[in-house]
Design a protein around this ligand. Sequence first.
Ligand code: THU
Length: 135
Amino acid sequence: MTQLSDTELLQAARDAATRAYAPYSSFPVGAALVSADGTLYTGCNVENAAYGEAICAERNAVTTMIAAGSPPRLSAVAVVGLKAAPCWPCGACRQVLREFHCERVIVEDPDGNPVSLAFDDLLPNSFGPDALEGK
Ligand code: THU
């Protein structure tokens, strides 16, 4: 079980961003999330010469969480872009985070201070697994 402050989560995301493979965009991103059982998972963006095959930091963190056998639920994710603050999750990542019941997103403001937003404010009226119940 990991008890991390928002500042510590952002630091973990920043560390992950330093491992990004982003030779095409030169826009390294890191994500750090805490799963429902309190484990920390991180990810960075991984790009490709076929540009469209780039994978975002957030989705890499989520797939690492699932591959590790974690419960499919996360309480919070922090996102850091080394070249831009704040670095909000893209639309595709919001949808993937939605799947796993993300409750909160933490980014940095331009001064490096934590900003926390409820997930519903980031992706209101979202489509999720509940929509398929009883189909
Ligand atoms: N990127 C992320 O890793 N996460 C986001 O939410 C936004 C964009 C990456 C993808 C690409 O490698 C680079 O940032 C520029 O778009």
